[in-house]
Design a binder for this molecule. Sequence first.
Ligand code: HEC
Length: 120
Amino acid sequence: MKSANTAFALGIACLAIGMLGFGFVTTLAQAQDDTVERGEQVYDYWCAPCHNPGPGHPGTQSLEVRYSGTEIPAVLMERTDLTPELVKTFVREGVLSMAPFRKTEITDEELDALAAYVAQ
Ligand code: HEC
């Protein structure tokens, strides 16, 4: 009888640990989703006016000239070569007519999310 109880208790313990593990993994995945979603909001507000596809977007038009004759797309969100670090550097330093963004405009936390979104 005692061993049956022990086995039962062990079973419950394993179940609990398993559920905890599952919960942890889904929480991590959720956190990642939230970051990218936040990054998309920052992008839509600050970057899309210049970097969306099509005419009337100075960032896209400038990059069209810069990368003409190469495989690199002019539209930022179509790039596969950008790392989060590179995105952050351009955003904080600026380039040509793209002014640097201050921390009062895009916080460090928002920049992390933005870089994760653009570089994904
Ligand atoms: C006022 C328009 C404008 C805004 C707003 C803007 N950019 Fe730019 N961006 C440009 C221009 C112009 C360039 C320079 C293109 C070139 O070098 O010919 C550029 C270049 C870049 C580059 C470098 C690409 C390369 O290959 O050299 C990155 C990365 C970039 N922008 C990201 C962003 C992000 C992220 C945001 C939003 C926080 C943003 N930009 C907002 C206009 C803008």
